[in-house]
Design a protein around this ligand. Structure first.
Ligand code: PGA
Length: 259
């Protein structure tokens, strides 16, 4: 099966939730239910001020820590920004980029997302690049066009070798935080399209088969197993449900069984 070529990635996105003081209790509950497969990566993407507490709380476990954004710049006069080198220096190994909330509320362009992707790769931090269409775009039949543009521009000037170190998350905007999950067929259709696009238009099938493609959008303990059973869905980017450690641990188990 194709999935043996790549990792299953179960990634939580806490967004702007949780406090550093709440991290140890969260981690205790998570660890109590945690069973991570050999081909599986478990990641928690937390707000910047929580990263040290989270790194300490999951130390010695297979859980990796990620950030939710990064500066495109190396260093300098960029007030409020956090560089990829700072994340790597802390021990952060993943970082979400191009989340639809940042594209919408902070006017992040594909070109900026591409710069951020390069900054992360340069510093050995694995990018999780988010792509996905709005409801209007889906209703207008533009889903594959929108997603292919985001993929093409996001991967601009990235070699095949570098691309193997990138994780893609397909997150239809209409499914994020709405409780309206894409059906497993809808999610598989777009994830499979992304893999084909990477293989046929940007790289080759060997490279494309090595890239983990996640689904995100109202994924939870109930719908996770069915989504992960799809051949081109290699994991999940999980918002709301990742705030509940017991439920998140259950989703890690689903990923373990699927890998
Ligand atoms: P959700 O968020 O699971 O709460 O829909 C997913 C995401 O935005 O990454």
């Amino acid at each position: 099966m194709d999935k043996k070529f790549r990792k299953t990635v179960i990634a939580g996105n806490w967004k702007m939730n949780q406090l550093a003081s709440g991290v140890p209790a969260y981690a205790d509950t998570l660890k109590a239910g945690l069973a991570v497969g050999a081909q599986e990566e478990v990641v928690l993407c937390a707000p910047y001020p929580l990263l040290p507490a989270l790194l300490a709380a999951v130390d010695g476990t297979p859980v990796r820590v990620g950030a939710q954004d990064v500066s495109a710049h190396d260093a300098g006069a960029y007030t409020g920004e956090v560089s990829a080198a700072m994340l790597a220096d802390l021990g952060v190994t993943y970082c979400i980029i191009g989340h639809s909330e940042r594209r919408a509320y902070h006017a992040e362009s594909d070109a900026l997302v591409n710069e951020k992707l390069k900054a992360l790769l340069k510093n050995g931090v694995t990018p999780i690049i988010c792509v996905g269409e709005s409801l209007e775009q889906r209703d207008a039949g533009e889903t594959l066009k929108v997603v292919s543009e985001q993929i093409k521009n996001g991967f601009a000037d990235i070699s095949a070798d570098e691309a193997r170190g990138v994780v893609v998350a397909y997150e239809p905007i209409w499914a994020i935080g709405t409780g309206r999950t894409a059906t497993s067929e809808q999610a598989q259709e777009v994830c499979s399209f992304i893999r084909e696009y990477l293989a046929e238009n940007l790289y080759d099938w060997d490279t494309s088969k090595a890239i983990s493609i996640l689904y995100g959008g109202s994924m939870n303990g109930k719908n996770c197993a069915e989504l992960l059973a799809q051949i081109d869905i290699d994991g999940g980017l999980i918002g709301g449900a990742s705030l509940k450690p017991a439920e998140f641990a259950g989703m890690v188990k689903d990923g373990n069984e699927d890998a």
